[in-house]
Design a protein around this ligand. Structure first.
Ligand code: ADP
Ligand code: ASP
Ligand code: MG
Length: 404
């Protein structure tokens, strides 16, 4: 039995027409394969559900909250299967808890632990197409969990890797581009990209694939591609091993994230253990700190310390740092939320110098100030004012010759 996993995102099932359009893609694949089709909620639905819960409580019980959030995917799956049956396909919607897709306990950002593929094979005895909701799973206490925003990509890759088959992600753009094509119309589609580069792009904000889905595909060597549900005839992007990518550009793409906030603590006593007094309580409070910069003051006794975190966690982080004030021993705390992170990614950076220089020159020549810098082997990230983000992405896209 030949099996494929297809995933359709929110805009690919966002209306009656979109569901029908995606169903026609499914019907073509169905001629050669048994299919597991993973769906997101209809476009905007998860946001609507989040807002609905907010009308009742700022701090809903996490289990209730995940039941509400997971319902968007439940509905889109039922609608798709009803439609496929009406046009004479043998299709059935099965929910995350029915398979089950087992997850960790954490509501709202659960991790998939296992997928019971026996249930999938059993159902294939009766059905050709199984419609499975993305984003939802079940924990060991039989509570419904959700996987974090964009989690349907990860559901699809988890099912594909458990069945050891290929996963095709259908979305509203033709593939992975050199940067977000909705911001830079001249962005170019990348026909093949390595898992490593895709992982960096995703984790730095290119939301075309959820970071965890790429992580999982890389670990399990799952065949993964991204294609358009609007123009299904267009060739998409294949995400694969670095060895399969013939042409390694120095820079492959630029990602960015507006989801950033920065906290600066001034006059922190410069002594051993102080970092752990700051970052320990933040980690305990589930605040993920990203970039960190420490400047030593002139007398060598005090340091100024800046770090970034997800914007949505700023209130929580401020509370924690205030609570720990005497323990940490800082003089003043400042914060900003009008900042953004821009990252330049490419495996070619390993062997080519000058990528950083181009970044600094280009931003400097355009009067764009850099607040923080971090690097990895194949990535340079800078923190800049959000006001300059669009310009910065555009001029850098040109500076690295990504238009061509
Ligand atoms: P879906 O609902 O199908 O999961 P998403 O909105 O999560 O779709 O992801 C697709 C969007 O990702 C695109 O519309 C595009 O704006 C954005 N995006 C950001 N960076 C990139 C990139 N490098 N290549 C392609 N799309 C990108
Ligand atoms: N519906 C969820 C979201 O909007 C999951 C997904 O679409 O991947 O984040
Ligand atoms: Mg998505």
């Amino acid at each position: 039995m030949k099996v494929k996993v297809l995933k359709f995102g929110g805009s690919s099932v966002g209306s009656i027409e979109a569901i029908k359009r995606s169903a026609s893609i499914i019907s073509k694949w169905s001629k050669k394969y048994k299919l597991v089709v993973v769906l997101s909620a209809m476009y905007g639905e998860t946001d609507r559900l989040i807002n609905l819960t907010k009308s009742f409580s700022k701090n809903p019980n996490p289990a209730d909250y995940d039941i509400a959030l997971s319902s968007g995917e439940t509905v889109s799956c039922a609608l798709m299967s009803i439609h496929l049956n009406s046009i004479k396909f043998k299709s059935k919607a099965i929910m995350g808890w029915q398979i089950p897709i087992n997850t960790s306990d954490d509501f709202n950002k659960a991790r998939i632990l296992s997928v019971n593929n026996k249930k999938i094979y059993d159902e294939f005895n009766k059905y050709d197409i199984l419609i499975v909701p993305g984003f939802q799973g079940i924990n060991k206490n039989f509570n419904i969990t959700t996987l974090g925003r964009g989690g349907s990509d990860t559901s699809a890759v988890a099912i594909a890797s458990s069945l050891k088959v290929e996963c095709v992600i259908y979305t509203d753009v033709e593939g992975v581009y050199t940067t977000d094509p909705n911001l830079v119309p001249k962005a170019k589609k990348i026909p093949k990209i390595s898992y490593e580069e895709m992982l960096e792009l995703a984790s730095q904000g290119a939301k075309v694939l959820q970071t965890r889905s790429v992580e999982l595909a890389m670990r399990k060597k799952t065949k993964l591609s991204v294609r358009s549900s609007i123009k299904p005839s267009a060739s998409g992007t294949v995400i694969t091993d670095e060895n399969n990518v013939l042409e390694n550009n120095t820079v492959s793409g630029i990602a960015f994230s507006r989801d950033e906030a920065k906290i600066t603590l001034s006059k922190v006593l410069d002594k051993p253990g102080v970092s752990s007094k700051i970052f320990g309580p933040l980690a305990k409070g589930n605040v993920n700190v990203d970039m960190i910069l420490q400047n030593i003051s002139q007398d060598g006794k005090f340091a100024n310390l800046s770090f970034t975190l997800p914007r949505q966690d700023i209130d929580k982080a401020i509370k924690i740092i205030k609570r720990e004030k005497t323990n940490i021993g800082y003089k003043k705390m400042q914060y900003s939320t009008d900042i953004a992170k821009l990252s330049v990614v490419g495996v070619g950076m390993r062997s080519h110098a000058g990528v950083a220089q181009t970044l600094f020159d280009t931003l400097g020549n355009n009067n764009i100030n850099i607040h923080l810098i971090t690097t990895s082997e194949i990535k340079i990230s800078v923190l800049i004012s959000e006001l300059h983000l669009e310009t910065a992405v555009k001029i850098l896209h040109k500076a690295y010759n990504l238009h061509k």
